[in-house]
Each structure stands twice: as structure tokens, then as C-alpha cells.
Design a protein around this ligand. Sequence first.
Ligand SMILES: [Mg+2]
Length: 393
Amino acid sequence: MPKIDSVDFFYLSMPEIQDIGDGSQDALLVRISAGSEIGWGECEASPLVSIASLVCPMSHSACKPVIQSVINQPLNGIEDIRSIHRTVRENSLDLLQADHTLSGIDIALWDLLGKLHGEPVYRLLGYPSAYPKLPYASVLFGDSEQETYQKARRISQAGFRAAKFGWGPFGRGSVQDDRSQVMAAREGLGKDHILLIDAGTIWGDDIQAASDRIQVLQECHVTWLEEPFYNGALSAYLHLASLSKDVQLAGGEGSHNEYQAQHMIDYGHVGYIQIDSGRIGGLTSAKRVADYAHKKGVTYVNHTFTSHLALSASIQPYAGLEKDFLCEYPVELKPLAYELSLEHLIPDHDGYIRLPEKPGLGITPDLDGIKKYLVDVDILVNGKRLYQTPILK
Ligand SMILES: [Mg+2]
């Protein structure tokens, strides 16, 4: 009977971290073993803080280190993953990083269970088949409108039929500056492509600042405006949703559990709910959101700005929803994030990407390739070693 023998976290980082909205500059890779099988996952959060939450000393009964709820637990079926998920949330209720840490662990558990059962994860999640997804090239705005235009041209020439521009200077200057940026993106991309805009929470909860940009988004036929406000600024979302006409709101990547995502749907009136499996509590939570969104007629989209391991993990929860066909696809990954895996989800001749049919997530970390990015961490408390970077291979 398989039980969880080890839980290892590997902190990977580019040599230099830049102060830009690019989440692919470091990574926290999770390895879980049960018997002879290994599962892999990835947490989408500050690696060192997540490592701390894995091993920190107990503060009280609802603030325990995450590893305590995982190690030595049985792993025979889906119910065991759900049980671990529940136990982590109970035992680490007041440990605020726990949802992030749980996310990578939960992903690795599904990968592991898929390998134990010889099934791709989407099938374990209840989908008979995985539909192809249309990748949208996800990039940062250029520092100038010319740079944005050139990026859009390159994306279009590379064969992508959809693109998202976000962060960078957008929302930081005047309404006119943003107008020029959005128009440059549309012009470079061509009129038939899907264009999405990501404000990266730049307006906080300032409804006026956001609504001032709606007109140009409409003129440029932008499909969605993403994260105009902080995740959870529900009344601001609700108000803007009533003003934004045919530009729908998108959000939810900042959700740390399924309830926050449900609130974005019910009370923020987003038309697209964007979920990062590496943040929300893994595939267990993400699938619950996908089911809920489907019931409510809201479109589910993955949020992924890191490796192809994370990409596979983020697509699995809505793999079987045919009409939710868009998929975030990072195209400006740092070498670390691209080199993290041996396999990559490359668009097929028809421009769509398809999940691997191999057991688990179908993505294998490149242990030789990532060695050079491994950060050496040693955590001592009162002379007792709580964590030391494990041996990768
Ligand atoms: Mg975003």
C-alpha cells in the first residue's frame, strides 16, 4: 500500500532577479515519492517563504508545518489526496503561506497518483478526454508603444492567434499613454486576432482610473480587461463590470483558495476566472473552481507565467471543458523556467496545444539542466537543522 515517503522542495533561481512583473525568474520545484514512484509539482510563490512554511516549528494547534500533514500519509486514491488537502488546511490554518505550499504538494500528489494508476491527471479529475486549447501568447507591454507594436508583430508572425499584453508601463502614465499602448498592440497583432489586456492590479480599487480606459479597449476590440483591481476588491469589480459593456473582466489569479475564486465570480462578476494551480491549493482546489465556473456560465482560464510543468498542471483542471478553449501561454520565459522540463507543450500545426497522454502530468523535470539554478539553503533553529537543500539526483 503506497504511502508518502518523502517531500522535497528545491529552490531554483536565475542568477539575477529583476524588478519586473515576470514570475519565471525563480521556481520552487516539489518532489514527492511513494514507493518507487515520484511525483513533481511547482509552487507559484516566493520559494524561501514556502520552504519555511513546510518546516517551521509549530506555533499552536492550527499553525503547524505543512510537511507534518503530508509525510507518511497513504496514497491509494483520489480520496487520500483530498484528505491530505483537508488536513493541511486544518493543521496550518493560521500559517498564511500554507495554501501556496499546499499547491505544489497537491500538484505533485496528482502527478504521483496518475503514475501509480497509469492515467493522465485530467482523467483522474473526471474528464474522459482533454480538448485542445488555443494558446494566447502572454507578454509584458513594451517600455514604449513601438516596442509593444514590434512584440505584437512577432507574436502574430510566430502563428499565435491570440495575445495578452500586461504590466510594464500600462496604467502608470496617462490615459493617452495607455491608449497608444493598446492601439500599438492591436495594430501589431492584426484585426482578427484575440487581444487581451492585463492591468496587473495597477488601479488598486480606483474605479474611475479603470473606467477611463474602457473606451480604447472597446475601440480595439479587447476581449477582456484583466485584474484592473486587487484580487478580492469585489465592489470595484462589480461596479466596473456594469460599465465595461462588451469588454469583460478577468481575474482570480490571486485567489488562494476556491472560495476567493467563487466570490470573484458571484460578487465581482468576472466573465473569465483565471486560476493558477500553483497558488489556489493545487488541482484539488482548481478543479472545484472549474466545476463552479462551468455551473455559473463563467469561462475558466489557466494562469501560468512559469514552467511547462506548471503549464500542464494549470490546464488539467479545465482540460475537459470544450468551450473554455483559451489558454495562457508564456512566451518570454527566463531560461530557468524553460529548461526546468524535458518536455514542452508546443502548439501543433493547427495552432492548438494538447496535454500529454502520458500518466500523471506528462512533464519531467530536467534534473541535469536545472542543477545550475539550484539555490543552496540551510535552515537552522537553535542549532537544529530544519531544512537543507536535498540532493536533486
Ligand atoms: Mg495577470
